[in-house]
Write a protein that binds this ligand. Structure first.
Ligand SMILES: *Cc1c(COP(=O)(O)O)cnc(C)c1O
Length: 386
């Protein structure tokens, strides 16, 4: 039986909605329920709230409000960016080559696969080092005049490694090739100033930073050619049809503003606990490795592989002991195959199948980590003895 008082250590999978965010959203479900497209005052009220939310997000991103599109989730933002930029680049300049990293979220990698298989684009994967990081030199060497777009993840959901996007941005900009980045994990912990990052498109998803599930945003630099992939009404500057989800947009804006307001403080508090956790695991558990970069990583993120362990069995044992963790990407649990991300790091199957991701968040305390460490050690001992 599952422990009824479970400790949540899976903040990279999703976060609870901040109560202040819930409060901000509530009026837009009931009294202020108008359709932003309506001419009357109900519509105007909703329209004002939507545009205020867009302006708040634009301020966090250091861009113009017209450069922020609301979508239904981070996955949709990735889909729109990849498909929309690729198809526009093909139409405008016959570009047929797509470059992505091999450590992308499936929302990027499977969209790129489909662009290759169904639409005939040539898909090329950039090399990564053992921490899952792309080097600027490798990107520069692979860019071609007919490259339609580049997509490189900002902060990796499975292994926590963080890319220095600005280095890629300046290379792409010199050649006028659009650079997209999946920043869904970054919203809660890293600066998302798109001018500094030098990206042309950037995906966010609200539920990773204490906002609601079911809403995301795509930053799209003004003037970058893109083709709408969801057509219909003229919502979101004609790029994403569908009646605007005003309450969720209001919630996403509030959540991003509060997450970005104290990046340094939150980051320092979580990184101290994360470093203690990583140090103790590597010291006390045999045949354990950290995955991802030791320092250039999300402050809340610890990820490991344990040789000869079945990652799913480990998760179930931890759940019974009262700890909610993940084996990498939440979408991959249940599949017997090792994750593509871990394989891209060069890990063999007997290591890669034994992955564990422990991600901390606002409610995590040092006492949680102290209780977690012996539970993890005994779970691994039991699995290795059995
Ligand atoms: C969670 C996540 C996504 C998907 O976002 P949704 O809003 O859940 O669709 C995409 N990329 C990364 C890196 C993520 O962590």
């Amino acid at each position: 039986m599952t422990n009824p008082t479970s400790t949540y250590l899976d903040y990279a999978a999703t976060t609870p909605v901040d109560r202040r965010v819930v409060e901000a959203m509530l009026p837009y479900f009931t009294e202020k329920f108008g359709n932003t497209s309506s001419v009357h005052r109900f519509g105007q009220q909703a329209e004002t709230a939507l545009e205020d939310a867009r302006t708040t997000i634009a301020a966090c991103l250091n861009c113009q409000p017209e450069e922020v599109l609301f979508t239904s989730c981070g996955s949709e933002s990735d889909n729109l960016a990849l498909r929309g930029l690729a198809l526009a680049a093909r139409r405008q300049r016959d570009a047929n080559h797509i470059l992505i990293s091999p450590v992308e979220h499936h929302a990027v990698s499977h969209t790129a696969d489909q662009l290759a298989e169904i639409f005939g684009f040539e898909l090329e994967l950039l090399p990564v080092d053992r921490f899952g990081l792309v080097s600027p030199r490798d990107l520069a060497a692979r860019l071609r005049p007919d490259t339609a777009l580049v997509s490189i993840i900002y902060a990796n959901n499975e292994i926590g490694s963080v890319h220095r996007l600005a280095e890629f941005g300046s290379i792409c900009r010199e050649r006028s090739i659009p650079l997209h980045s999946d920043a869904v994990q970054a919203g809660a912990y890293l600066p998302v100033d798109v001018q500094r990052l030098q990206v042309d498109a950037l995906s966010l998803g609200a539920h990773k930073f204490y906002g609601p599930k079911g809403i995301g945003a795509l930053y799209l630099r003004s003037g970058i050619p893109i083709i709408a992939t969801q057509t219909g009404g003229g919502h979101e500057f004609g790029l994403r049809a569908g009646t605007s989800n005003t309450p969720y947009a209001v919630g996403m804006a509030a959540a991003l503003k509060w997450a970005q307001a104290d990046l340094a403080g939150t980051g320092a508090r979580l990184a101290a606990m994360r470093d203690h956790l990583i140090g103790q695991v590597l010291e006390n558990i045999a045949e354990a490795q950290l995955t991802g970069h030791p320092d250039q990583r999300l402050p809340n993120h610890a990820s490991f592989v344990f040789r000869g362990i079945d990652g799913n069995e480990l998760l179930m044992m931890l759940d019974i002991a009262g700890f909610a963790c993940s084996s990498g990407s939440a979408c991959k649990t249940g599949l017997p195959e090792p994750s593509e991300v871990l394989t891209a790091l060069g890990l063999s199957r007997d290591w890669a199948l034994g992955s564990l991701r422990v991600t901390l968040g606002r409610a995590t305390t040092p006492a949680d980590i102290e209780r977690f460490l012996p539970a993890l050690t005994s779970a691994i001992d039991a699995l290795r003895a059995g």
